[in-house]
Design a protein around this ligand. Sequence first.
Ligand code: GLN
Length: 494
Amino acid sequence: LFLNRGNMNQDDLKNLTIENARDLLDSHQISSLELTEAYLERIENTESDVNSFVTVSKETARNDAKNADVLINSGSQNLLTGIPLQLKDNLCTSGIRTTCSSKMLENFIPPYDAFVAEKLKKQGAVLLGKGNLDEFAMGSSTENSAFQSTKNPFDITRVPGGSSGGPAASVSASQCLFSLGSDTGGSIRQPASLCGVVGLKPTYGRVSRYGLIAFASSLDQIGPITHTVKDSAMVLNNIAGFDSKDSTSLNVPVPNYLDKIDHGIKGFKIGVPKEYFQKGIDPGVEKIIRDSLKVLEDLGAEISEISLPLTSYALAVYYIIAPSEASANLTRYDGVKYGFNYSNAENMWEGIEKTRQFGFGDEVKRRILLGTYALSSGYYDAFYLKAQKVRTLIRKEFEDAFQSYDVLAMPTSPSTAFKLNEKMNDPMQMYLNDIFTIPANIAGIPSISIPAGMNNGLPVGLQMMAGALQEEKLFQTSYAFEQATDWHKIKPDI
Ligand code: GLN
């Protein structure tokens, strides 16, 4: 890789990873400010097609970069010092607008940083701006954003997936070196799959949710979207760990995720649950996943078909638990303390009603209605309590599987990127996009999506899951696959 100092062309950025940018920065072949300017220019050139940013924070990015250069020049840099990134716009950033792509928070400027934002800031990483999402992270196409639809860089007539569509599209279009997303039912992995990049949902509790605007608190988890598996491990190294401000944060040591990444997968036992290959899966996607399993086998893994019969209940369980938690979490938007406020009301109740009527979009209202219904007295036992019981069984089914298998492999999404507007009027079709990703959230286990092939010019992701806190196995398997294939090198023509 060669970057002509101060004169980077767009193809240089397309080949850049965190790993090689680190080398360029540390060997003073480029400064963080130069790198940042190159990305800002790239954003300027591509944003009218991609629409992945809600906010580009140019001035603070330049300041971050100048500070990073001071650290680098004095030899006190970290792994992410000077590295330009994006954050999904449901991660609070002190002094920078954080909207959740909702009218409700259109002008909300948080007075504090999310745990992850603060960690990256302390490392001297450079925040380029905030990534678009489905409003409050509810959706699978990013079309539920109150502001704009993000486009898939591989075909701008198609969706990037969601809800982290902005983060996935911006990494795919090389507008940043990495982004952080959130995943409640697939929102990191599904868009990563549709945009041809690497997306990791860590174990529930591995990364602090402090400052992540809550959707469904027992399912939400923050994770990296990157160009490569190694970059994913590098970012996780820097955002994982205990945080006393998140009561569900796990107080267990964080391994160095790079340590075993290149140890190979000889003798690894990989289970392939047959329930993830049933009706609704695109035959082109299925073929690519089956070919990928062959690659893993050639690398020395033992592949066996297994059965996880409770999988078929995961979507139903999710659509009780997630809306229930959302309905409670979203009561705080009442127009009183912060956010959008309907100001022409005659009295307090009308003020709250109209604030919510005009501040929330249709999908968010649908979830609030579903959740309120499921939690109402008389229905609680039949819906919420029952869903919690089935959740425990699903978790147990995975625990049992990981007694015998190191990882499980399956498709991330049943199809490739669909057309804009194709599924907007059919919520059930939209919800079915997450049928393969939701089980990992229900069980709280880590899961990754990596580029595994192209179907009619559109990327296909291979998903893998591991037992709780076994991210290392996911990295090890994914890295071996990535080394053996070139799919991650295919970049959109944008
Ligand atoms: N698409 C799923 C939903 O709409 C998952 C979203 C997410 O993971 N944030 O709820």
